[in-house]
Design a protein around this ligand. Structure first.
Ligand code: MN
Length: 726
């Protein structure tokens, strides 16, 4: 007999926790129980693999004991069982059995890889990486960042599923820990893990995680609400039975097949409602909740018609989540009826398939299916989301969805840790120096380097998700104009500029001379300028005093490279272009062009790159061509868009579409409706079903482009759409 309660049973976690742990451990889950479950849906070969993973885990955890006194292996076994109940694939089950071996034993990832394959090893490694992060829910504001980071770190969504199952089992067995630790873990679960389960549409786990957390955080409140709910249930049992019987006979009469059941409320959601509406439990109105599960979508709407005939619906309470699913993929019809007993009846109608998705969310995509499906490649979190997006697209407006899942659809952010375990959010491509300035401008101004995950790195080192960053400073260190090349954040740029501005003018002049000499040398000119060259230069720039120019350079107001280049033959001086404000700030007098590889548009992060014969070419930092040049950062210059750019720019977007008559014309008209021109099109047939299209279109800025992409994405024929990176 499996000891762990079935996922749907959530009546009283506290009662379970209060039981004597040694009594609980009798009749603990055994490997034979787990095998009994997986045998129902896995091949004998795969069942054998699961058993092998168990033997391995049991051996390396040998002698380890949980706080409750039981052998450690019972924990991974229980986690595996939670996943097996959801019919997850054999590799997830194996990884669950092994999920703590990298963290808690001497086993290395390579060993797992050679024993159980790369897939399993990677899953275990992914779970271990998440375990290494120290979550701290002391600051609620940070919780969203933690959640995003966690999702961003897991390339395979199964890592998250295993982690959630792990947390679920830990929460079920929290009773053995000291009060303070229990409360800390419960708060963290409520802040981080329950919302993730919810975001992934896993209602069953969400509710259980919430109730368990609530019960440990506020045992008294939990108990009061639980008792009150129980009392009311007792009082109303007869009425609910009557409603169910009535619905059943109505359905039968209409020739509809389906099951009707009463729904129980989750204790934490009652508490949440009491808090948000500021009403005591005694004033909470009773609502009878009924769920009807039918076979087809058509039946859902027919059932709705039948029950609206029986009871009067409350106006404005009908919600069609079948036509417009919720952000996490949830689908159902909701309606509220006036009951004949003075209380309302809340009804949900859905199909069996929708019900499964509502209960297990993303895991339902991973359910084992027989046949060729069973060795499917892992679904990256991202793909699952794209999947959802498709559902959403067929149904209606995806804007709510987009809003909730920014992290996955706009992977332009990275999340890194401070030495105190706080999280900083930075734009992708940020350097250690950006991080230093994000901590404090004083830290940035004296930064000499950083240690990332304990390895020393230079200022311009790019940070990635999950990095632990420690800034190294020295009192003597100060910013130089060169630093402007190392940063992408506006905050760092402004701080560096500010510092340079406040430097002593004398120092600035000296520094300016050095920088100009270096720049002259690098463009192949003599470092000592003739008087006539100086006069020519001052005239170009519109200054009168040579020293003023050097101070300007030293203080970072002018880029030495830009100044030096103006002495080269063919450099454009004061010309007609001056009349109009330039889109790029700080490069007056230079020839500026925009890279055709990555096509930057206003609003993008940008860098300037000196290119022989072309002057400054503006790229996006994510452009592969820029990355190639990263070894000679002196060729980079920091540039910024002017505030008010009037011209239009070209952007490339790639689409994958279903070949349908008129698909091209539809897409073109969407682009035209959004006030954009198509300058170039390239269509490549993938096969007889799909084609790839590349549009080069004219846009004003990022917002404009985003609007166009959003509208195109909403078309049924569009399978995938993205902006080209270069
Ligand atoms: Mn664990």
């Amino acid at each position: 007999m499996p000891m762990t309660p079935a996922p749907t049973r959530r009546t009283s976690p506290q009662a379970e926790i209060r039981q004597d742990p040694s009594a609980v451990s009798e009749g603990r889950l055994l490997i034979s129980d787990l095998l009994g479950i997986v045998e129902q849906y896995l091949d004998p070969e795969e069942v054998k693999n699961v058993y092998q993973a168990y033997l391995f885990g049991a051996e390396v955890h040998e002698g380890q004991v949980r706080r409750s006194g039981e052998a450690y292996i019972f924990h991974p076994l229980s986690v595996a069982q939670i996943l097996a109940d959801m019919r997850l694939d054999s590799r997830s089950i194996m990884a669950a059995l092994l999920h703590d071996v990298i963290e808690d034993t001497t086993t290395a990832k390579d060993e797992l890889s050679s024993q159980f394959g790369k897939d399993v090893a990677q899953l275990v490694d992914g779970v271990s990486k998440i375990d290494q992060i120290e979550f701290d829910s002391r600051e609620h504001a940070e919780a969203e960042n933690f959640r995003k980071m966690l999702l961003a770190m897991a390339k395979d969504i199964r890592v998250i599923l295993i982690k959630l199952a792990d947390r679920l089992h830990n929460m079920r067995t929290l009773g053995a820990l000291k009060t303070e630790k229990r409360k800390r873990i419960a708060a963290q679960t409520l802040d981080i893990f329950a919302p993730i389960a919810n975001r992934l549409g896993m209602r069953t786990w969400t509710l259980e995680l919430e109730d368990l957390s609530f019960c440990h955080l506020y045992p008294k409140r939990y108990d009061t609400i639980r008792k009150e709910l129980k009392k009311r249930r007792g009082n109303h049992r007869a009425i609910i039975e009557k409603i169910i019987v009535k619905f059943e006979s109505e359905l039968a009469e209409a020739g509809l097949e389906g099951s009707v059941e009463g729904r129980e409320k989750n204790i934490y959601s009652v508490y949440r409602k009491m808090r948000s509406r500021r009403v005591p439990m005694s004033e909470m109105r009773d609502i009878f909740a009924i769920r009807i599960i039918v076979r087809t979508v058509d039946d859902c709407y027919r059932v709705l018609g039948v029950i609206h005939n029986t009871y009067k619906p409350v106006p404005g309470k009908f919600k069609d989540y079948i036509a417009i699913p919720k952000a996490n993929g949830y689908q159902s019809l909701h309606t509220l009826l006036f009951g004949t007993f003075g209380q309302s009846i809340e009804v949900q109608v859905r199909t069996t398939e929708m019900h499964r998705t509502a209960e297990t969310g993303v895991a339902s995509h991973w359910r084992y299916k027989s046949g060729t499906d069973k060795h499917r490649a892992p679904i990256p979190a991202h793909h699952w989301l794209v999947d959802l997006l498709d559902t959403q697209k067929q149904a209606g407006n995806p804007s709510e969805f987009l809003e909730h899942l920014k992290i996955d659809l706009y992977p332009d952010e990275v999340y890194v840790f401070t030495p105190h375990g706080d999280i900083k959010k930075l734009p992708k491509g940020s350097s250690a120096l950006d991080f230093a300035y994000a901590v404090h401008s004083d830290v940035g101004n004296h930064c000499i380097g950083a240690r990332i995950n304990n390895e020393p790195v230079p200022l311009h080192h790019t940070v990635v998700n999950g990095d632990h960053v420690e800034v190294l400073t020295a009192r003597s260190a100060i910013p130089t104009p060169l630093w402007l090349n190392y940063v992408v954040t506006a905050k760092a740029r402004a701080a560096i500029r500010d510092f340079l501005k406040h430097q002593q003018e004398g120092d600035a002049g000296k520094l300016g001379r050095q920088l100009l000499e270096r720049a002259l040398k690098s463009v192949g000119l003599k470092t000592r300028l003739r008087t006539d060259q100086k006069i020519q230069l001052l005239k170009h720039i519109g200054l009168e005093d040579w020293n003023e120019l050097l101070v300007d350079i030293g203080m970072g107001r002018r880029l030495p490279m830009v100044v030096a280049r103006q002495l080269l033959p063919g450099a454009s001086g004061t010309d007609a272009a001056r009349a109009e404000p330039l889109p790029i700030r700080g490069v007056e007098g230079m020839s500026v062009s925009y890279a055709r590889c990555c096509r930057p548009i206003p609003g993008d992060a940008i860098v300037g790159l000196f290119s022989r014969g072309r002057g400054i070419v503006i790229h996006r930092p994510i452009c592969p061509n820029v990355r190639e040049q990263s070894k000679r950062p002196d060729a980079w210059i920091g540039v910024e868009w002017s505030d008010d750019v009037k011209t239009t720019f070209e952007a490339d977007i790639r689409l994958e579409v279903i070949n349908r008559r008129g698909v091209f014309a539809t897409l073109a008209s969407v682009i035209a409706e959004e006030d954009s021109n198509i300058n170039h099109v390239l269509v490549t047939a993938r096969d007889d079903r799909n084609s790839a299209i590349r549009f080069t279109i004219e846009v004003g800025d990022r917002k404009h482009l985003a609007r166009i992409i959003r509208r195109l994405r909403a078309r049924r024929s569009v399978i995938r759409i993205s902006r080209s990176r270069g």
